[in-house]
Design a protein around this ligand. Structure first.
Ligand code: SF4
Ligand code: SF4
Length: 274
């Protein structure tokens, strides 16, 4: 999360019905669907705020004089960049929703490619206009609140809305998935089943969803505070993962998040300890 440099905006919304927009850049729409998945709560919300622009849900109003803008997706095209620059000027609060908008998402894997990818994917790549890198929104403009996850949960969005409508940021989530497993009484999948799991270095917010189904966490909520990635990577090695497999664990949904990028890169060319 990054703070704002303008304390005046941390006051209750000035419009009788706060003006909200939800935008999409390069993304799969999954985080917008988490928004829509709020169901009845979204209908209640629609009575309290004015949903000015939310293409996935219908409204296509002008992107001006907004109280809160939620953005899904990474900056991947010149249109994405222009839209973000313009909506930042029109929004009191700018909130990124999901791994794409917050860290560049899975499409940021193209940042790591050694050569041009498009010719192998599209028959006429020259018709596609895109930026050199896929990057998070905060790489271009100040962001007031970053919600991690792939996708985010509806509860994260509601909590953010509740707080921002009262002119405050929600409390920062800093716990790791590991802690959530302990709270829920879920047996550690790495200790009991030798399943590689990124839970020790990943922010919680999902309720330890994957370990609750006997699966290792793959880091979709991004790096937690002070993530001890190096010992975890060595543990993965001890569990039998080859260096490229260890690299891929970190270079996946949040490959562009600095802590994961650093650790994954260390293992790309082999075991860094040899
Ligand atoms: S963060 Fe995940 S669910 Fe959300 S838009 Fe990106 S790929 Fe889709
Ligand atoms: S356990 Fe990890 S990968 Fe699974 S939903 Fe939670 S943060 Fe995402």
């Amino acid at each position: 999360m990054s703070g704002s440099d303008n304390p005046e905006k941390f006051s209750p919304a000035p419009h009788p019905k706060p003006r909200i927009s939800v935008l999409k850049l390069a993304s799969c729409d999954g985080c917008q669907l988490a928004f829509l998945g709020l169901g009845d709560k979204l209908l209640d919300l629609a009575g309290l705020v004015e949903i000015v622009h939310f293409a996935e849900a219908g409204p296509l109003g002008p992107l001006t004089d907004l109280d809160i803008t939620f953005i899904e997706g990474s900056l991947s095209t010149p249109e994405d960049r222009d839209l973000v620059l313009s909506v930042r000027k029109e929004s009191r609060f700018l909130v990124t929703i999901g791994a794409c908008a917050t860290s560049g998402g899975i499409q940021a894997l193209r940042n790591l490619a050694s050569g041009p990818l498009l010719p192998s994917l599209y028959p006429s790549p020259e018709v596609i206009d895109f930026l050199d890198l896929s990057t998070p929104v905060a790489s271009l403009v100040p962001v007031d609140l970053e919600l991690w996850g792939c996708p985010v949960t509806g509860e994260q969005i509601l909590e953010a809305l509740r707080s921002l409508l009262f002119g405050a940021l929600p409390p920062a989530q800093t716990d790791k998935v590991c802690l959530e497993c302990k709270r829920r009484g879920i047996a550690c999948v790495m200790v009991t089943k030798q399943i590689p799991c990124l839970g020790p270095v990943t922010l919680t917010g999902c309720g330890a969803l994957c370990p609750s189904f006997d699966r290792g966490c793959y880091g979709c909520f991004g790096p937690a505070e002070n993530p001890e990635t190096a010992p975890l990577a060595r543990r993965f090695s001890g569990l039998g993962l080859a260096p490229p497999e260890i690299a891929r664990r970190f270079l996946f949904i949040n490959s562009n998040a600095p802590a994961f990028l650093k650790e994954g890169s260390r293992w790309q060319e082999g075991d860094p300890h040899e």
